[in-house]
Design a protein around this ligand. Sequence first.
Ligand SMILES: *Cc1c(COP(=O)(O)O)cnc(C)c1O
Length: 370
Amino acid sequence: MNTQFPAERILLGPGPSPVSSRVLRALAAPTLGHLDPQYIAILDETCEMLRQVFQTKNQLTFPVSGTGMAGMECVAVNLIEPGDEVIACVNGVFGGRMKDVMERCGATVHTIELVWGDVFSHEQISAALEQHPKTKLVGIVHAETSTGAHQPLEGLANLVRARDALLVVDAVTSLGGHELRVDEWKIDAIYSGTQKCLSCPPGLAPVSFGERALAKMDARKSKPQSWYLDVSLLRKYYNGAGGGGRVYHHTAPVNMTYALREALAIVLEEGLDNRIARHARMHQRLRVGLDAMGLSYVPKHSLHTLNCINIPAGADDAIVRKRLLDEYGIEIGGGLGVMAGKAWRIGLMGHGSTVRNVDLVLAALREILR
Ligand SMILES: *Cc1c(COP(=O)(O)O)cnc(C)c1O
């Protein structure tokens, strides 16, 4: 194996997605000190761009150090106190992880479970809230990467707010690829990752907290069990909260911030709406090609960013994926959890969602499955 010069793969799996040379160049810029005024300006600009991409005015919007899972843990440890009752909506691997993380925060977790690939209706969530009136928080995954299901979120906050609970959303595979309106949809806290539809390397987890989430944090009786992810400490650095200038908490991943700033600049140059429309078009293009080959989708409501398809009878999962990688340099994902060996996951995210990649993966699959 050549460990010095990694191959240039075409990343069409569940993430990471392909990273443009512009972002890679940004990553290679000289490392600044994390309290250098120039770096603080870059960080502030990055947070402002994140607000635009999240479509929020939330002041407390910043990139958590760590991958998407760090975003999930950050939201959970800050908004949940031991003994809190919460609802986890589980229809795939990531909903299941949310439940696990919430339990580790000491919550009493009420789970609503669906067949993998299905999405939750307002009625199902209403019924769960009715059954558990002390619920303080509802966690739901917008883009369930393990099944490719697209969870509608509009209107959900009204049900959750009527019970005085918080709405927490996992947007790891939707931010920058699907319509996502944090303020308009009244989402109280949300987290994402850099390596999916933003097409930045893995390593940061953009998060955003609204006023109601802040109030819940301010009213805490106990400290969050994670020092590293404690937002009351982090915001003194990321937001300069508390006055008196930026306070050192941990060393910010300086070069990753450059990369994220550049990736967000690319998103905003393309225009959020144009980008979302491009993801929809490329999904359609792939779908037409897969249909023609007799390949079917797992979920009824498919994401545009992640296409989860049934492995056809007679095809060997491991051999097909190995040939795609060895002969075409294409990575797609296998099935996760209960879908292992049953599904393939073709990601069309960010920089990877192009006519060239769609037609290439279709041609390669056609050739290999022949
Ligand atoms: C990828 C993903 C995560 C976890 O992100 P990591 O960057 O792998 O830590 C969480 N939720 C969803 C829906 C994801 O697709």
